[in-house]
Design a protein around this ligand. Structure first.
Ligand code: PLP
Length: 385
């Protein structure tokens, strides 16, 4: 049996998404910037896609910039807003549990002379508004806090945090990559100035992201060239990707309520099953303020990597932290930030369920994890501590 429980790393492209993309590779391949009919017809498709996405996100369509990934969107928004608004100040704030592309963008700005502050997370993996209040000052240009954490699935109160930033005259960015379709995203209601998404996390193609930036705010472009996206991001429009992301986003929200109910039931079945079979395990991060597809578990006395590899042999595909750290066996900075003891920092597995997950797969996973952890504990030097 093959069980894919790594949907926070990437998802399968939905067949309907793929179908919607195909004409723009084959028959309707005109460059959306070309003046002839083939180009202009595709420019209309581009405009319609932008409008559809803007409607779902409660956004001004002039603020939507298509990018190659959320990594690019986060780099553009964080570095671009900071660099373009230096008259406003020299300070930016990011949370302690951000994705590396946000953390590294902030680190780059620090090298350029900006002050960077980190908002700590509490034990539940949540970022508290009062902690932001302590750090923000008159010179803060930008605050960036992710909507849903990629490792532990915790949900932040973005509207409350954005209100604090606004009160102090700072712009607010949220990395919403892991929020679709779990949370409703209404940019106006949230009160954010900037937001990032990635299509491959919700049934869309890889290599397709989105940066939203309030049209009243300027960010220095990261990629310059032919002036596409109103000069905000140069490069020939990736129309198949844009159409695919639009279809995926529409489907994700259309089919959301049914999916949320189903996935929560499966996630709870997984946790209940593991708890019943294995002692010395715990959930990392709040169970309440968490997306229903995520289960991040600490298995005491065994190495997460050893569990992952053994499960992989058994056909169960999971992750120890974010996919981006698969080649980097350093302990998770997210788990360290929520205060996990150093003895347990390398004993964690992230199970991320998705649209395709079935009850049978969950039951198989419980059986395999129980076998694997039980066997590894038998020869763990610390299992009887
Ligand atoms: C929270 C978060 N932000 C950003 C990214 C980067 O997205 P992309 O793969 O589109 O570069 C990821 C991907 O793992 C993520 O989980």
């Amino acid at each position: 049996m093959k069980v894919y429980l790594d949907n926070a790393a990437t998802t399968k492209v939905d067949a309907r998404v793929l179908k919607s993309m195909l004409p723009y590779f084959s028959t309707d391949y005109g460059n959306a910037s070309s003046i002839h009919t083939m180009g202009q017809e595709n420019f209309n498709i581009l405009t319609q896609s932008r409008a559809k996405i803007a409607k779902i996100l409660g956004a001004n369509e002039r603020g939507i910039v298509f990018t190659s990934s959320a990594t690019e969107a986060n780099n553009y928004l964080i570095k671009g807003i900071a660099r373009a608004n230096q008259k406003k100040g020299d300070h930016i704030i990011v949370s302690a549990i951000e994705h590396p592309c946000v953390r590294e963008s902030a680190r780059q700005l620090e090298k350029e002379g900006f002050r960077v502050s980190i908002i700590p997370a509490n034990r539940d993996g949540l970022i508290e508004a009062q902690e932001l209040e302590k750090l923000i000052d008159q010179k803060t240009i930008l605050v960036s806090v992710m909507m849903v954490n990629n490792e532990i699935g915790t949900i932040q109160n973005i509207a409350e945090l954005a209100k604090v930033a606004k009160k102090h005259g700072a712009f607010f960015h949220t990395d919403a990559v892991q929020a679709v379709p779990y949370l409703k995203i209404d940019i106006k209601e949230l009160g954010v100035d900037a937001l990032s998404l990635s299509a491959h996390k919700f049934g869309g193609p890889k290599g397709m992201g989105l940066a939203y930036l309030n049209p009243a705010v300027y960010a220095e472009p990261l990629i310059i060239g032919g002036g596409q996206e109103d000069g905000k991001r140069a490069g020939t429009y990736n129309l198949p990707g844009i159409v695919g992301m639009t279809t995926a986003l529409e489907l994700a929200y259309k089919e959301r309520s049914e999916y949320l109910k189903r996935v929560k039931k499966l996630r709870d079945r997984l946790w209940d099953g593991l708890k019943k079979k294995l002692p010395d395990i715990q959930i990392n991060g709040s169970i309440k303020e968490r997306v229903p597809a995520n289960l991040n578990v600490m298995f005491g006395y065994v190495e997460g990597e050893a569990i992952l590899i053994d499960l992989s042999y058994k056909g169960v595909f999971v992750s120890t932290g974010s996919a981006c750290s698969a080649t980097n066996l350093k302990a998770s900075s997210v788990l360290a930030a929520i205060g996990l003891s150093k003895h347990f920092l390398n004993s964690n597995i992230r199970f991320s369920l998705g649209k395709e997950t079935t009850e049978k797969e969950i039951d198989y996973t419980i059986k395999m994890v129980t076998e694997t952890v039980g066997r590894l504990r038998e020869f763990s030097p610390v299992s009887h501590l």
